[in-house]
Design a protein around this ligand. Structure first.
Ligand code: ZN
Length: 284
């Protein structure tokens, strides 16, 4: 059996260090969290003691790497200066906090240009990221750009967007990529089909580079190819299907990539069932 780096996005309800216990109880060897309420600007910082306890429990659990997902509110492509400035501030705070938690990566969507145009949006993201990386210059935390489904004016629905941003980043050793299968399928990358899958990985490698791909968000999708909709589904229950995920988790080219599920949590067993489904695929 392949030695998969496999985990889920876990809740930080209660104290942030309880997230480690949740991931460990599910048998995860990697995990993702929000470091705060993803729909609100930060009200208060995490307590120093809680962050230390997180590091301690994480070291004990052997879970690695740890991914922190940036809140939905932040938008580095925004043409509005207040939101843009607040977003930069939020990223800087989150990187500092991720470092204090001992997390390796910050995962972010690329942002929405709000009709200001893709070229301008991409420039804004790139210069915002350069400011953020400059203000956290000594931090080991790396930023991963996640692809999107391409609804509205969201950037990141094709690999070329990531490429253009990465090209403009000064600290290139601190930037990487995350590929979300639900978003990819909705954006038109046909992961349900053998040929479509091979072509997707070929493009990802050629345009972004598989060495930059540190994370795959394993999510099935409720919507059809190219729908531009973003509705996650349980593994094997959606349009990508079990065969699509079997190809992915057994692909030798992705052996150093972590897999994290952001699948629906509609019952207490959802995570356990989805993890078991992926492990079975990797067993064969
Ligand atoms: Zn995702």
């Amino acid at each position: 059996m392949r030695n998969l780096r496999l985990g889920v996005h876990v809740s930080i309800a209660g104290h942030i260090y309880e997230a480690i216990d949740r991931a460990a109880a599910l048998g995860c060897n990697t995990m993702q969290i929000f470091s705060r309420d993803p729909r609100q600007w930060r009200k208060k910082r995490l307590a120093q003691d809680d962050m230390e306890e997180f590091r301690r429990r994480r070291a004990e659990s052997g879970i690695a790497p740890v991914f922190v997902h940036i809140p939905y509110l932040a938008n580095l492509a925004s043409p509005y200066s207040v939101l843009y400035r607040n977003s930069i501030k939020a990223y800087v705070e989150d990187i500092k906090e991720a470092e204090a938690l001992g997390a390796e990566y910050l995962v972010t969507h690329m942002g929405s240009h709000k009709k200001s145009g893709e070229a301008i949006g991409i420039k804004r993201i790139t210069s915002g990221l350069n400011k953020i990386l400059e203000r956290t210059k000594k931090s080991p935390v790396k930023i991963l750009l996640e692809n999107t489904a391409g609804s509205g004016s969201w950037l990141g629905y094709k690999f070329e967007h990531s490429r253009r941003i990465i090209d403009g980043i000064e600290q290139k050793n601190r930037i990487g990529a995350c590929f979300d299968t639900c978003h990819g399928y909705s954006a038109g990358y046909d992961l349900a089909d053998e040929q479509g899958y091979q072509e997707t990985i070929r493009q990802l490698d050629e345009i972004v580079g598989l060495e930059r791909l540190k994370l795959i968000h394993l999510n099935d999708t409720k919507d059809k190819l190219g729908s531009k909709r973003d509705r996650h589904e349980h593994i094997g229950k959606g349009k990508i299907g079990l065969e699509g995920f079997r190809r992915l988790v057994n692909d030798r080219r992705l052996k150093d990539t972590a897999f994290i599920m952001e699948t629906p949590k509609d019952s207490d067993d959802s995570d356990r069932i989805n993890l078991a489904a992926v492990r079975r695929l990797a067993n064969k």
